[in-house]
Design a protein around this ligand. Structure first.
Ligand code: FMN
Length: 374
């Protein structure tokens, strides 16, 4: 190499290259976040076997591309829950987003709205549901069943009044999984990050740092109802005028039961490996669920989705769409709303390319692709 080449590099020294894919945001986020916040986001439960299995299972799915089908630029838009969205993708519900960036949920909901995809607002959002709904496009509300039924009805009324287009009941958190990184870090939510949808003071335990204790686990143990039943789902279906989604099923029998109870969709999910360690990867559980529900409701997948090829894989396995979790928090931490917009535009571009390379004109055709498991 000549001396001139050495002294005139193409990329200015010290400037990190722009993210080329969602995974690149992980390093950027890690560099700016306090280690215990990184661990809260990144970690899984127990030995993190399920967390690792999620990625491994997606990587093992081979998609057989079709050829000579004369596809020009594929369309990426898809219908989920009776509405058309720019992608068969929604931003997964994730608690306490002001941990990542001062603009938290407002930034991420805004970015999802700009990208034309739904944003799912967590019960444990650090901004009120009314403000999130005003900032976003299509916003779905995620409900954790609380011990205080009055609080549940209050949240449902507020979500409805705010215009939330669907209700997502999360059913895989009877108690919080043992997230050992949080235990080791004695992790507590900082005082400025509030559970803004709960009455003042109802999140005190989440902020109470105690050696050897996850304050998040202590708080959820205090406020979440541990013994929710199918009768509660029936009650919820009865009083919910918008589409109802049941998030966190892996057993096909539960998926069928949810559909029979009037769920419009199920999310095949192990909560990103944060609940039962030892649960299967969601991509491994997906095909049996798709087969069992046999079109009675839509089937979404989350846990481990890291790019457009994973969206294609999920569709090829029979899903109607996916939720994307941690990568959106990485992008939020790295660059606020602009970071999240960049991440979503990368995801959209990757998905469009994946469809083109697989010979599919639209997401519907991707559901007809065949797969191998290596
Ligand atoms: C930091 C964090 C907070 C989360 N909070 C919630 C929540 O409040 N409600 C919920 O239903 N799921 C929650 N989840 C689970 C996600 O909705 C989703 O199932 C999971 O993140 C998907 O896996 P992925 O992160 O590998 O994409 C959370 C996940 C993370 C990483």
């Amino acid at each position: 190499m000549s001396e001139t080449a050495l002294s005139t590099p193409d990329v200015p020294l010290g400037e990190p290259p722009a993210p080329a894919g969602l995974a690149d945001f992980a390093d950027l986020a890690r560099a700016v976040l306090p280690p215990e916040v990184w661990d809260f986001v990144d970690g899984g439960s127990g030995a993190e076997t399920t967390l690792v299995a999620n990625r491994r299972a997606l990587d093992r799915v081979g998609v057989l591309p079709r050829v000579l089908r004369g596809v020009p630029t594929p369309r990426t838009d898809a219908r989920l829950l009776g509405a058309t969205h720019a992608l068969p993708v929604a931003v997964a519900p994730m608690a306490y987003q002001r941990l990542l960036h001062p603009d938290g949920e407002i930034a991420l909901a805004g970015a999802a709205g700009a990208a034309g995809i739904p944003y799912v607002a967590s019960t444990l959002s650090s901004a009120p549901i009314e403000e999130i709904a005003a900032a976003g496009g299509t916003v779905w509300f995620q409900l954790y069943w609380l011990r205080d039924r009055g609080l549940v009805t209050d949240l449902l009324d507020r979500a409805q009044a705010a215009g939330c287009a669907a209700l997502v009941l999360t059913v895989d958190v009877p108690i919080l999984g043992r997230r050992l990184r949080d235990v080791r870090n004695s992790f507590a939510i900082p005082p400025h990050v509030l559970a803004a949808n709960l009455p003042a003071g109802r999140d005190d335990l989440a902020h109470a740092a105690t050696p050897g204790v996850s304050a998040v686990a202590a708080h959820t143990g205090e406020v979440f109802a541990p013994a929710v039943t199918w009768a509660d789902l029936d009650w919820l279906r009865e009083r919910t005028p918008v589409p109802l989604v049941v998030k966190g099923v892996l057993d096909p029998r539960d998926a069928v039961r949810a559909a029979e109870s009037g769920a419009d969709a199920v999310v095949v999910s192990n909560h990103g490996g944060r609940q039962l360690d030892g649960a299967p990867a969601s991509a491994a559980a997906l095909p049996a669920v798709v087969e069992a529900v046999a079109g009675r409701c839509e089937v979404l997948l989350d846990s481990g989705v890291r790019g457009g090829v994973d969206v294609l894989r999920a569709l090829a396995l029979g899903a109607h769409g996916v939720l994307v979790g941690r990568p959106m928090l990485w992008a939020l931490a790295a660059g606020g709303r602009a970071g999240a917009e960049t991440a979503l535009s990368l995801l959209a571009g990757e998905f469009r390319d994946a469809l083109a390379l697989a010979g599919c004109a639209d997401p519907g055709e991707a559901r007809d692709l065949r797969t191998t498991v290596e």
